[in-house]
Design a protein around this ligand. Structure first.
Ligand code: UD1
Ligand code: UDP
Length: 368
């Protein structure tokens, strides 16, 4: 009798797969929510590996910790995803989870879902249903494939639910809100009290612009990266630019690092930890970015956002008037820096900060 009860009450095991900077930030609130009801095993694929792209987040986002680091590192898409697939399969066979949880749209997300589906394991996709409708973006291919493999689809927004409906995905689609909003609510006070970044960079609130760039379409094409850098320099604005390693490589490859050396108003710095970066976002006058997560965080902090792309998955921020798609043309970017002002009011687009709890509740019901 006891053993039957023990079997019925057996704690279910969830394997979460992460690998890139934004996924550590998304996984933390979910890990916290799962803690008392599930056994979670976190696998870091090793897609990001520099200290300031990986370890800094495990140091700050306590108690997030990885049980495995697969050490895959950088390579071409096929090679990187293939290596992840091989190594993930071994761990999944060993761990025998009841569900595999994947986040967002990176190669780690695709490999996690593919490894799981081939082993007939259940898959949950956090940040499901996002679409840019641009198949040249590697992330778009990853999102579409993962959504069609997933058993439980945790959508942040109504638009993402609608996208899935249009592709015929109707079952087990849950609009839970955005887990990145959960993270911001968990960490913004700590960022406020512990980050010294404004002092360190000698910045006053609202006197500077914050810029991040890392999309392949912006970094790998010389014309596009040159055009964005030209806009930053010619705007004459004080700009802080924490540079992603991919972008650093291409700034050097395209000779733009030399141009930036002669432009003291554009401050090139290393990628920052989450707490410092939140502080810089919150106090920026405007944010220029091609990042998905940063577009949302700009909205959470009520900072106007200029998105250096032609499309966005976070379309509701544009519709709400807080985000403008400016592409890469210097005149368009400079004009928006000077003239883009959002409305005074904001709608709550991303839930109530309890998305992770909702995910846990759903999984408890579905896996019981
Ligand atoms: C990846 C994701 C992207 C996500 C971004 C978050 C894919 C296809 N892309 O892009 O969706 O928005 O992470 O930041 O999964 N590099 C280092 N050190 C590192 C990591 C990367 O030097 O720790 C350099 C390497 O030269 C590498 C390049 O950056 O080739 C690109 O890294 P990769 O992980 O392939 O893609 P990201 O551009 O980081
Ligand atoms: N971020 C950070 N330090 C930085 C730049 C970004 O901590 O120097 C955080 C940011 O707060 C957000 C996430 O990283 O939560 C966004 O990651 P990124 O832009 O690399 O990827 P994307 O969201 O586009 O996939």
């Amino acid at each position: 009798m006891t053993s039957v009860l023990a079997m019925v009450n057996k704690v279910k095991k969830i394997v979460s797969v992460v690998g890139a900077r934004p996924q550590f930030i998304k996984a933390l609130p979910v890990s916290l929510a799962l803690k008392d009801s599930f056994k979670e095993v976190l696998i870091h694929t090793g897609q990001h590996y520099d200290k300031d792209m990986s370890q800094v987040f495990f140091d700050e986002l306590k108690p997030l910790s990885s049980h495995y680091n697969l050490g895959v590192g950088s390579a071409s898409h096929g090679c990187q995803t293939g290596q992840m697939l091989i190594r993930l399969e071994g761990v999944l066979l060993k761990e025998k989870p009841d569900l595999v949880l994947v986040y967002g749209d990176t190669n780690s997300t695709l490999a996690g879902a593919l490894a799981a589906v081939k082993l007939h394991l259940l898959i949950g996709h956090v940040e499901a249903g996002l679409r840019s409708f641009d198949k040249k973006m590697p992330e778009e291919v990853n999102r579409v494939l993962v959504d069609h493999m997933a058993d439980f689809l945790f959508c942040p927004t109504q638009a993402s639910v609608n996208n899935l409906l249009k592709e015929g995905i109707k079952e087990n689609v849950f609009q839970v809100g955005d887990v990145m909003y959960d993270s911001v609510l968990l960490f913004q006070k700590k960022a406020e009290s512990s980050s010294k970044i404004l002092k360190k960079l000698k910045l006053e609130p609202k006197e500077y612009l914050l810029c991040t760039i890392h999309r392949a379409s912006n970094t790998d094409i010389k014309e596009n990266l040159s055009s964005i850098i030209k806009a930053l320099i010619e705007s004459g604005e004080k700009t802080v630019f924490p540079v992603h390693p991919r972008t650093r490589k291409y700034l050097s490859e395209w000779g733009l690092d030399q141009l930036l050396k002669k432009a003291p108003k554009v401050r090139i710095i290393k990628p920052l930890g989450y707490l410092d970066f939140l502080q810089l976002e919150k106090n920026a006058r405007k944010i220029l970015t091609d990042s998905g997560g940063v577009q949302k965080e700009a909205y959470f902090f009520k900072v106007p956002c200029l998105t250096l792309r032609e499309t966005t998955e976070w379309i509701e921020t544009v519709e709400a008037g807080w985000n403008k798609l400016v592409g890469t043309k210097p005149e368009t970017i400079i004009q928006a820096i000077k003239e883009f002002f959002p409305p005074k009011r904001q709608k709550n687009l991303y839930g109530d900060g309890k998305s992770s709890e909702k995910i846990k509740e759903i999984l408890m019901k579905k896996l019981s």
